[in-house]
Design a protein around this ligand. Sequence first.
Ligand code: AMP
Length: 280
Amino acid sequence: MLHYSHIVETMDYLQQAKSEGKTIGFVPTMGALHEGHLELMRRAKRENDLLCVSIFVNPIQFNNLADLEKYPRNLSADIQLLHTVSCDVLFAPNAKEMYPEAITETFDFGALEKVMEGAFRPGHFNGVGVVVKKLFEITMPHKAYFGEKDYQQLAIIQKLVDMESMPLEVIPCPIVREADGLAMSSRNARLSEREREIAPRIFQILQQAQGLVSQYSPGQLKQWVINEIGKTKAFTLEYFEIAEDKGLQLINHWDTSIGSLGFIALNLGNVRLIDNIRFI
Ligand code: AMP
C-alpha cells in the first residue's frame, strides 16, 4: 500500500494510474476504522482497479470543539486494517496540507441542509462539502462510496456532485451494525461499558417503530419514538424526524409511492450518536 500525506504526490500517482486506464474507487473516512468502513472499502476494491482511502479528521465539519478534540485517532491500527482489505493508496494529510489558507468557499445545499443534522450542527455540511470537493479533486475517482449511516450527508454529497458536474458516481452503501443492532461508528469507542450496554436500545426502538407504520400517522409515530427514548434516562434526544428519502423533507402522512425513513440523533453520556431506518 502506498501511503501519501501530500496532495501533489497523491495526484501524480492517481493521474498516472488513470491515464493507464485504471479505475479508481474512493472511500473518504475520518479514521478510527471499523467494519462499517471496511465494507465500503471491500466493495470499492471489488468494483474498481484501485482502492484509494483517505483518512482526515476534518476540523471544519465539527461545530463542537470538544467533539473534534475527543474524536478517536489511531493511524497505526487503521493502517493494519487497510492491509486486510488490500487498499492500494492511503491519503492521510494533515490540516495544513488540506487548508493552507483560510476557507471562504460556501455551498447552498438548499432545503437539504435545513433539517436534522443541518439544523442541529451549524456549518457542518459546508465543512463536509469543502473537504469532499477537495478530496474528489485530489483523487479523481470513478466511484466514491458513502455509508447510509450518514444518510443526509450522502444526499448532500450527491447534490454537491450534481451542482459541480463532477464526473464520478456516488455509491450508497447499507449501514453495518454490531450483532446487537448498534450502528457501527468510530464514536462508539468512547462509550463507557454501561453506555455500550444501553446503546442498542436506539435501534430496537427504531425497529419497533418500523412495525407500527401501519397503525400510526408519521406525527403519532414520532411522538411514540420520543416517548420510548425518554424512558431511557441516559439518552438525551436531539431529534427524531420522519422524512422522505430524496429531498429529506419532513412528512406528515404516509404515501406508499414515496420512500421515507426515520432519523434519530441523541447524546448518550457525552457521545453523540445517529441512526436511521427505512419505513417505506
Ligand atoms: P466517517 O469516518 O465516520 O466519516 O465515515 C466514513 C464513511 O464511512 C462515511 O461514508 C460513513 O457514512 C461510512 N460509515 C461509517 N459508519 C458506517 C456504518 N456503520 N455502516 C456503513 N457505513 C458507515
